[in-house]
Design a protein around this ligand. Structure first.
Ligand code: RB5
Length: 146
């Protein structure tokens, strides 16, 4: 599976740790960092958008985006049609985002508190299947047909 990463400066440090974690835990995955490339101040919208666009171009890929809070970059990603970014600071939200919403992008806040270790949140996002129940599928279809 291809995993596209993006962050602003507020998520840069966590993104570096995330890259190491992914390489160790999921060596079978291909990781692509779409920037930013340093802790220097930059603007999150372009990175959220870049990740969402790549996820949509590459079937069955996933994205992980990180800014200070996770909010701005998740909004940016979700503005790209077809992106379903879940901002998760717990395993519960990561799990529900996958099961109910078929989230294809995980957003994390690099400067915020996590209720569970972020590694578990990421692992849950990458390994949880979508719930095929009709009610969830119907709602997901509605999201794709605004
Ligand atoms: C950057 O200072 C900060 O605003 C950004 O990382 C993010 O938290 C925005 O939502």
């Amino acid at each position: 599976m291809k995993i596209f990463l993006g962050s602003d400066h507020g998520g840069f440090e966590l993104k570096r740790e995330l890259e190491k974690f992914l390489a160790e835990k999921f060596p079978e995955f291909e990781i692509f960092d779409l920037g930013c490339d340093s802790a220097e101040s930059c603007d999150y919208p372009q990175f959220g958008r870049a990740v969402a666009e790549e996820v949509l171009k590459n079937e069955n890929s996933r994205g992980i985006v990180i800014c200070g809070s996770g909010v701005g970059i998740s909004i940016a990603a979700n503005r790209v049609a077809g992106a379903r970014a879940v901002l998760a600071n717990s395993v519960e939200l990561s799990n529900l985002g996958r099961q109910h919403n078929d989230a294809n992008i995980l957003a994390l806040g690099g400067r915020t508190k996590f209720y569970d270790p972020w590694q578990k949140i990421v692992e849950t996002f990458l390994t949880t299947d979508v719930d095929p129940a009709e009610r969830h599928a119907r709602r997901r279809d509605q999201l794709d047909n605004f």
